[in-house]
Design a protein around this ligand. Structure first.
Ligand code: NAD
Length: 309
């Protein structure tokens, strides 16, 4: 398995590290418009292979270097500065995607390649990349709310004193400020959240839920304030998605792909089954009327932002 990473800043490097440590790929190619940065990253990561799996890591001077890639990960573009929202990056990063995707497509096999989008604002970038690449939507996958879902699971896990692995919960819609926490579908060890809290004598009232929602939605802002950017969480999210594809695992992840036609076209996150050929199936989650309304609002926001590019 050969993969390429376009954009080797904080996120691209973290993705490379995490993917390298899975042992699932034999070759990683790094490309960045800043060639010095890409070469330095390839050098540093290459040395790290002496301590783990024997992965060939190189920097490409141009897009011909990505030829033969099974998966191309796009993590190029501006990141949020403290106080900026993901939508503030819209115009700049739409130009980055317009620059990258046609060049990627000239150098990959359109019949089998899978694009993984990381650049923010994520859902709009997925729509743009799918349009430019003309690939089937199932093979243009944004990490979407995988990270938000991970944040929700870890916060819940701490409060409930169980492992995040035993919690099934999903954040839906935009990877952004309008994301929707689907409280109605949460299960813990097969029990509804309510039933689990009842049995464990744990309080989960409206104020606690609001507090959890606040921390899930604002986690990125807090991390950016503290360390300038976020990279470890997303690095692991991308390698988890890659593992799911490589092993044809059919795990259910909240990724973003384009769905719908005409005026209803939108990319957003829902629980989706992922296999070797990308998204295999999308689930319609159980939602309360308020959650459904919030999801419709989230879709409108993504569509409005897409109309701006
Ligand atoms: P960074 O500034 O550290 O790195 C960005 C890299 O992209 C730079 O090395 C730059 O040279 C390169 N680049 C810019 N335009 C390019 C082009 N046209 N062609 C090739 N390379 C180009 O930024 P970062 O912290 O690594 O963040 C990258 C992106 O990932 C941002 O948009 C950020 O918001 C996003 N992000 C997404 C998630 C998520 O959950 N989806 C999480 C964290 C960050």
């Amino acid at each position: 398995m050969k993969i390429s990473i376009i954009g080797v800043g904080s996120v691209g490097s973290a993705v490379a590290t995490s993917v390298k440590n899975t042992g699932l790929v034999h070759e990683i190619v790094l490309y960045d418009r800043d060639g010095v940065r890409a070469r330095a990253a390839a050098e540093d990561l290459g040395h790290a292979t002496a301590f783990g799996f024997d992965v060939k890591i190189s920097a490409a001077n141009n897009y011909r270097g990505i030829r033969g890639s099974d998966i191309v990960i796009i993590s190029a573009g501006a990141n949020q500065r403290p106080g900026q929202t993901r939508t503030d990056l819209l115009e700049n990063n739409a130009n980055v995607i317009r620059d990258i995707v046609p060049r990627v497509m000239e150098n990959v096999d359109p019949k089998r390649v899978i694009l993984i989008l990381v650049t923010n604002p994520l859902d709009v970038m997925v729509m743009l990349a799918q349009k430019l690449s003309k690939l089937p939507p199932a093979r243009v996958i944004g990490t979407g709310t995988m990270l938000d879902t991970a944040r929700l699971r870890t916060i819940l896990a701490r409060g409930l004193s169980v492992s995040p692995q035993s919690i099934h919960s999903y954040v839906l819609g935009e990877h952004g400020d309008s994301s929707v926490i689907d409280w109605s579908s949460i299960t813990v060890g097969g029990l509804s959240l309510e039933e689990f809290c009842h049995q464990a004598r744990i309080q989960m009232n409206a104020t606690i839920r609001e507090n959890i929602e606040y921390h899930v939605r604002n986690a990125a802002y807090e991390i950016i304030r503290g360390r300038g950017a976020t990279w470890d969480g997303i690095g692991s999210a991308v390698s988890d998605l890659l593992r799911c594809i490589t092993n044809d695992e059919h795990r259910i992840l909240t990724v973003s792909i384009v769905a719908g036609t005409g005026a209803h076209t939108c990319a957003m996150s829902l629980p989706r089954v992922i296999g070797a050929n990308g998204v295999v199936m999308t689930l319609t989650p159980k939602m309360s009327p308020a959650e459904s309304t919030a999801l419709r609002r989230s879709v409108k926001i993504i569509q409005k932002n897409f109309s701006r590019v």
